[in-house]
Ligand binder design. Sequence first.
Ligand code: G6P
Length: 610
Amino acid sequence: MCGIVGYTGPRQGVPLVLDGLKRLEYRGYDSAGIAVVDGGHVEVFKAPGRISVLEKELGSRMPAGHTALAHTRWATHGAPNTVNAHPHTDCGGTIALVHNGIIENAQVLRTALSKRGHVFRSATDTEVLAHLVEDLHANGTPLVDAVAGALRQVEGTYGIAVVSSREPDTIVAARRGSPLLVAIGAGENFVASDASAVLAHTRSVVYLDDGEIAVVRPGDYRILDLHTVEKEKAVTQVDWDLGTIERGGFAHFMLKEIMEQPESVQNTLRGRLLEEEGTVRLGGLNISDEELLRIQRIVITACGTSWHAALIGEYMMEELARIPTEVEYASEFRYRNPIVDERTLVIGISQSGETADTLAALREAKRRGARTLGLVNVVGSTIAREVDGGIYLHAGPEIGVASTKAFTSQIAALALLTLKMGRLRALSILQGREVVRALGRLPALVQRVLARAPEVERIAERLIRATNVLYLGRGYNFPVALEGALKLKEISYIHAEGYPAAEMKHGPIALIDDLMPVVFVAPKDTVYQKVVSNIEEVKARGGKVIAIVTEGDTGLAKLADHQIEIPETLDLLTPVLSVLPLQLLAYYIAVRRGCNVDQPRNLAKSVTVE
Ligand code: G6P
């Protein structure tokens, strides 16, 4: 999704903001631009496509100015072309502005501004903001007052940064609904939508909250509310270092992140397992055991891959903790009239902690009196800050747009929460210990599956020309089938569908012929025999079967055209292992098809608009 980086200080601004922008490339975008205040003028350069196109556009004309903004855009209003790329400027060319989010009353404001003589160049909602600020910045009004005045007229969401040729050493930034932070250096300061853009320069950041404005200058910064009343804000130290967000010798971030899963799962579990007591220690829940006991119902809400993890969480919670649990797409939940009250626990799952729909769903749940928890990876993200409590995944930065290691950590975190809730209720200490021990063994088992990557690569070779692939699983492995299909379509653009294996008979079976590969997730769990029958049904129709099976299971060898083994574990934890070959399969197929694995077309790492 859109990225923002700004710099003001003694150094040349453009190379710094371009470098920061490249660190946000992974989030997905379709055009890029910069603005620099240089010699009393604001200069703007923009280009559709990759940042490298913008760099070419700049060529040797690198402007010398010390205050600069940069932006990557992911189109919402208007096509991804040069005119619609940010920064946007006002009529007089005094102001340049970059924006993430959506201005909902843009049309009304645009009409009013046009009537006052403003001339619009783009089809974006953002340009409205530039002209609004222009109006108010007249007659010597400071930029911050003009921006605050403009924002008071705006409906919708924004993370913005603005520069003006009249205040060459100032960036004014503001946030409502789209993440933004101020990063504090020595004699220089930054603004950014994501800490990874500035980590090369400083670890000290101030996260803006909704309704806050920052006035950033080389030697100082101030945080104000929309009425320009100054506020005190804490400085946070970001502990991710640059090394962990670089590729480290792997061809793609996605492969690096797949291969990191023994450590990332370990990091989710670290310090949390209490084997003797058969339970877990979760320091961040902020909800007492008494309150947790009063919970009668759980709703888990999320989007994308995190939603698939939520489905696994539902099965776990109902099986082990015996609490009625439902899973909701965040985008649906927020616009229904959901039934939640103070006895409902609403859990939001989000890698980024910034997904707009998940955030809005949690806010809605809170408004209706529910207790809220976040299972979030990015420390200090908006969801993490707004929920009552939560469990950090500690999976480390995930850069590949297609989520991999966050998914397995989400499952591990859900198992931890299930244990906590279960042990407060009917789950016995013996059952608790069994799950704790199985969790402890999990990272080594993940390693064992990943060692089979070369086998998966060979199988992938057979599938590169497929146009449709069906993924089937039952029980805990039904969500894994959904996730396997999502991975494939996201990065290889092959159409894929995940289905509960038995439901196949009610539709997808009509599609099966010798051109249709079917991936069965079929470990030896309680529904194994049932899945075997489903495999027979596919074979009887000439389908090509790839099966994920438990180590030593010879039963399927005759039926499956290819099989990949995973070690045995408890049923509820098999998804952590069974998804690994599917991640690898999608990865190798996409690479062989020449796709841009880390930045698939049209997708964004973190979807901060509705
Ligand atoms: C986007 C990403 C997915 C991710 C989803 C939810 O669609 O491309 O990989 O699963 O958002 O993101 P979240 O950060 O909330 O887990």
